[in-house]
Write a protein that binds this ligand. Structure first.
Ligand SMILES: Cc1cc2nc3c(=O)[nH]c(=O)nc-3n(C[C@H](O)[C@H](O)[C@H](O)COP(=O)(O)O)c2cc1C
Length: 442
């Protein structure tokens, strides 16, 4: 491998010290790393640390007479194959998004034609702030790649999204942009349970074809209005990304969602419950695992109007609804031999009780139950609190395939929960045969 040149930009956040480990891993993968720091970053980590480890001048200020290169922002920016910002403050994201070039790093961003990857880290409120999210969307539209922060306990002692992604995952994703051969990346990075691209050695789901429904559905009332729900699709896409990273082939049937699908998964769009039912049944024969994470409408307008319905002075309007087809139950009925079927139960009360009865009634192997009213759980959050009910033998009630094991999980990121669900699928797969005990389902 020729030496890839990486410009590592470090900005002024608590996680600045983690940039040292990122630099070390990149060097181990054979990259030539040059470091640039904002002035605020130097309050957290001394430039000397990077200078000693890279044997290069660390640029903080273009105007510093001690700077060996008089037009460093131009030369630095032209030499690199990737500009990687770790950690990225809300401030640098805002500056990049708005073309502000008032220091070395922001000038470098504007002067560079290299791909840019940003790993943000900040307090959850700063992260969720409309301005920050707006800036991120703008940068994404400009082609900038993001390694999204994860949920967890933050330096400010709050819990939420804003924590820097694991440094190994950042390096893995940076190397993927440079197309560093997996063998090289795998040589310096331990196989990760979080984001080992299928090519980098995460293979415990190799050979599985996972079909996942994601998002909500929209049931047309007329060409303008529809009935829908609050499902964001974040949970389903997190499962899709995790399954892909563990070596599975993944097909997503996506309903209404604004979430960008992960790369390298096949996406079939199906907006209404009826379209989703048809798409799932079409894809089902190829699948070995079905995960129904979509919030599918139980009822849809019985007679959607072909033209916009007018008010016509009416104070009340009665909308007749008819039951939609039950995708999960039909999947369980039409499952191929050894297919594992997973459902979700988003409830507001007696969550586990409903999940247990859903599991029985529909003949499911795993049900992921969550109380959507709990703080940090439910729709449109990056975290979840769930109980997994599984027929897997081998833990609490080993040996019984009738009484589900209940695994109560604490608050965690949707990505972490995705991996827990996939762990249970693996356990079921290893308990032979998966659905032999259930008659009438094959
Ligand atoms: C102790 C401390 C910790 C901070 N941590 C963060 C952080 O994690 N993320 C962030 O966006 N800003 C953080 N800030 C605020 C930034 O340092 C501030 O916005 C600064 O202007 C960023 O400058 P820079 O982007 O040029 O490095 C922190 C400030 C202090 C004093």
């Amino acid at each position: 491998m020729g030496k890839y040149k990486i410009g590592l930009g470090v900005t002024g956040g608590i996680a600045a010290y983690k940039a040292i480990e990122v630099m070390r891993l990149l060097q181990k993968a054979g990259c030539d790393v040059s470091v640039a720091m904002t002035r605020h970053a130097t309050e957290f980590v001394r430039p000397l640390t990077f200078r000693a480890l890279t044997d290069k001048h660390v640029i903080v200020d273009d105007y510093d007479p001690a700077n060996p290169d008089p037009i460093a922002h131009i030369n630095f920016s032209q030499e690199i194959d990737l500009l990687l910002i770790v950690p990225a403050t809300a401030n640098i994201i805002a500056k990049f998004a708005n073309g502000i070039a008032d220091d070395f790093l922001s000038s470098t961003y504007l002067a560079s034609t290299a791909p840019v990857m940003i790993a943000p880290a900040m307090n959850v409120t700063m992260w969720e702030q409309a301005a920050t999210q707006r800036n991120i969307e703008r940068l994404k539209a400009d082609g900038v790649r993001f390694v999204e922060p994860v949920a967890g306990e933050l330096a400010c002692k709050t819990v939420g999204t804003g924590k820097l992604e694991d440094v190994e995952n950042i390096v893995r994703q940076a190397l993927a942009v440079l197309s560093v051969p997996p063998a090289v990346a795998g040589g310096v990075l331990r196989p990760s349970e979080k984001a080992p691209p299928a090519t980098a050695g995460g293979t415990d789901l190799a050979g599985e074809h996972i079909l996942i429904t994601v998002g909500g559905t929209r049931e047309a009332i007329d060409p303008v209005r529809f009935i829908s729900n609050h499902s964001s699709g974040k949970m389903g896409f997190a499962v899709a990304a995790a399954a892909r990273d563990r070596g599975a082939k993944v097909t997503v049937v996506a309903g209404a969602t604004l979430v960008e699908p992960p790369e390298n998964v096949r996406v079939v769009r199906a907006i209404s419950a009826e379209e989703m039912h048809a798409a799932v049944m079409k894809e089902l024969p190829e699948a070995t695992v079905f995960i129904g994470s979509a919030a599918v409408a139980d009822y849809a307008p019985a007679n959607a109007s072909g033209a916009k319905i007018k008010k016509d002075g009416r104070d009340f309007m009665i909308l007749e609804l008819k039951k939609t087809r039950d995708i999960l139950a039909d999947v369980a009925k039409n499952r191929t031999a050894n297919m594992i079927v997973v459902g979700f139960a988003a409830e507001t009360n007696d969550v586990v009780g409903y999940a247990r009865s859903k599991m029985e009634k529909k003949g499911l192997d795993i049900v992921v139950a969550n109380d959507i009213t709990a703080k940090g759980a439910g729709f449109n959050t990056d975290t979840n609190i769930a109980t997994i009910l599984t027929r897997a033998v081998g833990s609490a009630n080993a040996g019984s395939s009738d009484i589900p094991v209940e695994i109560e999980l604490p608050l965690m990121s949707k990505r972490e929960l995705a991996d827990k669900i996939l762990d249970e699928i693996i356990k079921l797969r290893n308990a032979v045969p998966v659905n032999a005990a259930k008659s009438g389902n094959s």
